[in-house]
Write a protein that binds this ligand. Structure first.
Ligand code: NDP
Length: 821
């Protein structure tokens, strides 16, 4: 080919990166051992798994196949190391993390080559994206280790953390997991994906190199059924951090339910890429390339659904086809290659299966005219048009280089289409009109929203999902809270296994099991015979029947039944409705209808909370008597509970316009707005202790953040909560924001926890109730906050209110806004 021809075709030759240093390193170490307590240990099974180069299909290395005995050894090493590491000053931990970051940079090229060989991703990506982000993550978290004491006072490390990562960003996912864990003083046992362990093992060498104390980081390679499951069920692991498929995330949620293990899940996605008709279409095309052909589309937040405004759809699709024709696929070590290999034959087959299904379902498939290499596992970039939103390829995560496109007419239609998925990881919005983009961004149910950009990541900006994309954040300050717990919590309260069948402690008895002293008996006698004006009544008291409260209206129970409420002596003091599945359904519906509450001003929410406090204080005496009547506590004690409840309402009125986001400044020309948003519709099960304060302490933070709630009051003492609806009615609270359903706790909680239209559930009750809620939540992966039967002193302002509650009532959305011409 002569120069003239080159100018004509604009073709360029290969620019291969040398594989030799990577292959030499592998040869030196293979078969690889396990990294436990800073030592290389042969697997107990004596077995090894094969690591294949996806670009050739040939054997690359043999890696230890650990079993549960190895996991036990690694957890024991991590537990022993935790004793000292958790007490190591933040500055010292910061130095170690800083050293790791430096050594990642020193070995950056080797790491990039190893990652490409092992995973099949182009060297351009591993060299320019994965490895620099890994180093950045350790630098950033070195900073948090340094600042932990001053910036997270009142928090302590969780303990031993089990971390399970996928194959699509092997070293980057390791960094996202290990850096915050170590920064916050935890120790780690990490399981890499079976296809891609090599960079994690090189990382282990770095750990040795920098002299990190033994046992702080342990790397255990092997199969999911041997290593992953053993880690998840290990009784001495205090937290599981997982990234991978939604199905496995769901099984981990079920396996850890009731165990008290903290859990964060980064799961799948089907992210929308929304193009408005005023977008710069040439930039859009490059955006699409980055959204769906980056890492062969094997990206949890890949922009796999292209949603285009109808009037520019044809033009954009045409431009895309031209661009796709020029994409280069092939040897991942060639620096001129855009698309590398698919990680495994199994994954390749799955992509092909879904593409075939798309064709069968009537969508139109388009692929470039060129052919893929025949050696190794390659799949061409693929575009589907004529896709209907309900089809499999529009709903299921394909995890390959396959884009499905659909059209919309109006911004409202775009939002509906974008949110028409069970996932909620990320979204891209393309428009030259910043007003439109910033109007749409908050309406998208996704953890990250990129405006006129896509697939941007930085340690400073949290990443994580809404809905079935999981919960918890990685990166940013919010990511740190996944690795700490309040100091007042005792260590054994976080990792106890509860067995439903064996546990006899239950809230099923209608009559209270609390004991009563003589003073209390007297107090109750008095309550029974003295009316609120202090005189003996001349007539029988007029019957007051508390109803339920749904959609801003008092509602009779669907069942037509009532249940008796008893005082401590076993005397009936009233009745409440016997709520059932239908009442919960109506309440959930009403809560959804009231979702506009989240979009009102924070000033307005604060005003209403103050107003509720004001109206409660007018009836302070009556509420105190009600508490005495239900609990037998002294009047002074009950008055104190009412007063703390009023103060708590003030606290959350104060927080309503102060729990704000931050503006991150990642290394790009632009800013990232990290906004805490309401989670949506929340279920709340109140504790039996403190009938009024239990209700207020859980309802006030959730509604102050814009959620709408369905509350199940204390089963034993529900009357303080039902008395409250009159206070709510007179405080301008819009109907449906707070819904109260009374009845059997276990039955109602189960319905709420199972409900697919409930986004989050708080449960304060028994150990087995907590376990049931966590188990049921796996259905739609709703977020949960439960107390595992451990008491929390709500009268104490450290345990009973504050930012911990607000964080549990919100999820952070990161909106990326690049600027400049
Ligand atoms: P998995 O979710 O199966 O694997 C992710 C990690 O979890 C791996 O380390 C895996 O181990 C481990 N694991 C698997 N099952 C269990 C278990 N029961 N208990 C504990 N650990 C377990 O993803 P796959 O690799 O099988 O990919 C399947 C699909 O998942 C993809 O097609 C894609 O749709 C999705 N996926 C999503 C990712 C994301 O980032 N959101 C990442 C990867 C996949 P091992 O490797 O040994 O099997």
């Amino acid at each position: 080919m002569n120069v003239m021809e080159i100018f004509e075709t604009m073709e360029y030759g290969p620019a291969p990166e040398a594989a030799a240093p990577g292959l030499a390193w592998i040869k030196e170490h293979s078969p690889f051992s396990l990294f436990i307590n800073n030592q290389w240990i042969k697997p107990a099974s004596g077995q090894y798994i094969e690591s294949i180069n996806p670009a050739t299909g040939k054997l690359l290395a043999k890696v230890a196949a650990a079993n549960s005995a190895d996991v036990d050894a690694a957890v024991a090493a991590a537990r022993a190391a935790f004793e000292t590491w958790s007490k190591t000053p933040g500055h010292v931990r910061a130095r170690y993390l800083y050293a790791i970051a430096r050594h990642i940079q020193k070995h950056s090229r080797l790491l990039a080559v190893l990652e490409s060989l092992d995973n099949g991703k182009p060297i351009r990506e591993t060299r320019d994206i994965d490895i620099p982000l890994v180093a950045r993550h350790f630098y950033y978290h070195a900073g948090w280790a340094q600042l932990m004491e001053s910036e997270l006072p009142g928090y302590q490390p969780v303990g031993v953390v089990g971390q399970i990562i996928p194959w699509n960003f092997p070293l980057l996912m390791l960094a996202w997991k290990i850096a915050p864990a170590l920064a916050m003083g935890n120790t780690v046992v990490l399981k890499p994906a079976r296809y891609t362990s090599l960079t994690a093992l090189k990382f282990a060498e770095i750990v040795q190199e920098i002299g990190l104390p033994p046992g702080v980081v342990n790397i255990v390679t092997g199969e999911a059924s041997q290593v992953g499951e053993a880690l998840v069920s290990h009784p001495d692991v205090n937290k599981i951090a997982f990234t991978g498929s939604t199905d496995v995330g769901r099984s981990i949620r079920r396996a850890t339910a009731g165990s008290g293990k903290k859990l964060s899940l980064e799961l799948g996605g089907k992210s929308p890429f929304i193009v408005f008709d005023d977008a710069d279409l040439d930039s859009v095309v490059e955006g699409v390339v980055d959204a769906i052909w980056f890492n062969q589309g094997q990206v949890c937040c890949a922009g796999s659904r292209l949603l285009v405004q109808e009037d520019v759809a044809e033009r954009l699709i045409e431009k895309l086809r031209v661009r796709m024709e020029h994409l280069r696929i092939g040897d991942p070590l060639d620096k001129a290659v855009d698309i590398g290999a698919i990680v495994s034959p199994g994954q390749l087959k799955e992509i092909q299966r879904l593409v075939n299904q798309g064709v069968e379902e009537g969508a139109v498939m388009w692929q470039p005219s060129w052919a893929c290499p025949t050696e190794g596992y390659f799949f061409p970039p693929t575009l589907f048009t004529n896709v209907s939103p309900a089809t499999t390829i529009a709903q299921v995560e394909i995890f390959g280089p396959v884009l499905v496109s659909m059209t919309f007419r109006t911004p409202a239609e775009a939002v509906d289409l974008a949110n028409n998925t069970r996932y909620g990881l990320a979204a891209s919005v393309w428009s030259e009109n910043i007003n439109l983009a910033l109007d749409v961004a908050p309406k998208l149910k996704a953890g990250s929203v990129w405006i006129n950009c896509t697939n941007l990541f930085d340690a400073s900006s949290g990443f994580g999902g809404y809905r079935e994309s999981g919960f918890g954040r990685e990166g940013g300050k919010e990511g740190l809270y996944e690795y700490v717990r309040p100091k007042w919590e005792t260590p054994d309260s976080s990792s106890k296994e509860f067995h439903i069948a064996d546990d006899s402690a239950s809230s099923n008895g209608s009559k209270s099991s609390l004991s009563m002293d003589e003073d209390t008996e007297d107090a109750l006698q008095e309550e029974a015979f003295v009316s609120s004006n202090g005189h003996a009544p001349a007539f029988p008291v007029i019957d007051r029947t508390p109803k339920m409260f749904i959609g801003g209206k008092q509602a009779r129970p669907d069942s037509g039944y009532s249940r008796d409420v008893y005082d401590l002596r076993g005397h009936v003091i009233g009745q409440v409705g016997e709520g059932n599945r239908k009442d919960i359904r109506n309440a959930v519906e009403a809560a959804h209808k009231a979702s506009g509450w989240a979009f009102g001003t924070t000033h307005n929410r604060a005003q209403i909370l103050y107003y509720i406090a004001e109206n409660l204080s007018v009836r302070e005496d009556e509420f105190a008597h009600r508490i005495v009547q239900q609990t037998g506590r002294s009047y002074e004690d009950a008055t104190a509970e009412v007063q703390v409840s009023i103060s708590r309402l003030f606290s959350y009125a104060a927080w309503a316009d102060k729990f704000e986001g931050v503006v991150h400044r990642p290394p790009l020309r632009g800013a990232v707005l990290a906004m805490p948003e309401a989670i949506g519709v929340m279920g709340i099960a109140c504790p039996d202790e403190y009938p009024l304060l239990g209700f207020i302490s859980l309802v006030a933070p959730t509604i102050s953040m814009g959620n709408t709630v369905i509350v199940i009051p204390s089963q034993q003492s529900p009357l303080s909560a039902t008395d409250c609806y009159q206070v709510l009615e007179t405080s301008d609270l819009p109907g449906g924001v707070v819904n109260i359903v009374t009845g059997d706790h276990d039955t109602l909680n189960q319905v709420l926890a199972d409900h697919d239209d409930v986004d989050s559930m708080w449960y304060f009750g028994t150990a087995e109730g907590s376990k049931r809620v966590e188990l049921a939540s796996a259905g739609n992966m709703k977020r949960t906050w439960v107390n595992y039967g451990h008491p929390r002193d709500l009268m104490d302002s450290v345990q009973g209110e504050g930012e911990e509650f607000l964080r549990e009532a919100t999820q952070v959305k990161n909106i990326w806004i690049p600027y400049g011409e």
